[in-house]
Design a protein around this ligand. Structure first.
Ligand SMILES: Nc1ncnc2c1ncn2[C@@H]1O[C@H](COP(=O)(O)OP(=O)(O)OP(=O)(O)O)[C@@H](O)[C@H]1O
Ligand SMILES: [Mg+2]
Length: 323
């Protein structure tokens, strides 16, 4: 029964049993007011019904949207997962291919290098033949270092690069590095190579000797390569008994902020064409990875007119004499 029906029934009942205190006119007026208010109530109730129905429809639509969205997210997530898995598989295959091919290239290259050395040492070559064997050897060495860099890079990309720390004599280690760099620096007439090393070394330090050598040689090689005149300085000091700071400073062509931002990316060579011809742009990318695996970071500062400085700190374990 609607509200209006209920109100009219009430008015009819009043008619049938009129109250003595009400005049006919008053009853009519009251009846009229009840009728109006009942009408009003009825309209409000209808509007409320309409509003509830509207909300209900909106909720239904929202739920449909949500379900649709959840389905869409589920679909996209599974698509993305499949794409990620296939990209990882492709990347893994690429790294494996690179690792295999570079490994395969090293064997014939070592033979070429070995036999050109045998030819050089054997004597009996005229000048043209000597120049040719020298060129074979230099090109072979260049190719071998490129192949080794690519092998390192593919191992790093595949997360298969291990740092193997061991005890070694730091004095002998740095003397050997100095020797290698000095030979290269001496080929430049106006370049001085300065070594500022601790006056006293502990008998041993703990680090991955091979990988530390690789980093230092690349940084020092770069310093010599990109400096025509002035100095290249290797400075090593203990920040604490177990922490080394290694700095390589040069007075060569400096780099801008934008160049430095790209410095540690593979194949990035930020110099001009002539400088780019001097390498491949892998050395710093590999060096930074190696130093990060050693728990540190190579930092760089460069100033036009002054030169460039690279440095990093290295935890080298407590020297044996102090344990
Ligand atoms: N000491 C430096 N002074 C000026 N520029 C430098 C210096 N060291 C590196 N660079 C710039 O950074 C680039 C990247 O150096 P990186 O050692 O990675 O490559 P590369 O020396 O060109 O080749 P690679 O080391 O693979 O033989 C260099 O090509 C050069 O432009
Ligand atoms: Mg280099």
């Amino acid at each position: 029964m609607s509200i209006l029906d209920a109100a009219l029934t009430l008015v009819a009942t009043c008619h049938q049993r009129p109250h003595p205190a009400f005049s006919l006119r008053e009853r009519r007026a009251t009846e009229q007011r009840i009728r109006q208010q009942a009408d009003e109530l009825q309209r409000t109730a209808q509007a409320l019904h309409a509003e509830i129905a509207k909300r209900h429809r909106a909720e239904e639509a929202l739920k449909a949207h949500r379900d649709n969205l959840e389905n869409l997210v589920r679909e996209r997530t599974s698509e993305l997962r499949a794409a990620k898995e296939s990209a990882e598989a492709a990347n893994e295959a690429k790294s494996r291919f690179l690792a295999n091919i570079t490994h395969e290239l090293r064997t014939p290259l070592n033979a070429i290098l070995g036999f050109s050395q045998v030819l050089q040492l054997g004597g009996g070559l005229d000048e043209r033949q000597q120049q040719a064997t020298q060129l074979i050897r230099q090109s072979g060495e260049h190719l071998l270092s490129l192949v080794n860099d690519l092998l390192d890079l593919s191992k790093i990309a595949a997360g298969r690069f291990d740092i193997l720390p061991a005890e070694f004599d730091p004095d002998r280690f740095f003397q050997a590095i100095m020797g290698m760099v000095r030979v290269r620096a001496e080929q430049k007439a106006d370049l001085e190579f300065i070594c500022d090393l601790p006056a006293e070394w502990p008998p041993s330090i703990r680090a991955d000797e091979t990988r530390l050598r690789q980093v230092l040689i690349n940084l020092l090689d770069n310093a010599v390569k990109f400096t025509c005149r002035g100095q290249v300085t290797l400075r090593v000091r203990f920040l604490s008994p177990s922490r080394l700071r290694i700095e390589i400073k040069d007075t060569g062509v400096a780099m801008s902020e934008q160049q430095m931002a790209r410095l540690f990316h593979p194949f990035e060579q930020v110099g001009d064409a002539q400088q780019r011809a001097l390498g491949t742009g892998l050395g710093l990318a590999i060096s930074q990875h190696l130093v990060r695996l050693m728990g540190s970071e190579i930092l760089v500062k460069s100033q036009r007119g002054e030169g460039t400085q690279f440095w990093f700190d290295l935890e080298v374990g407590a020297p044996i004499s102090q344990i």
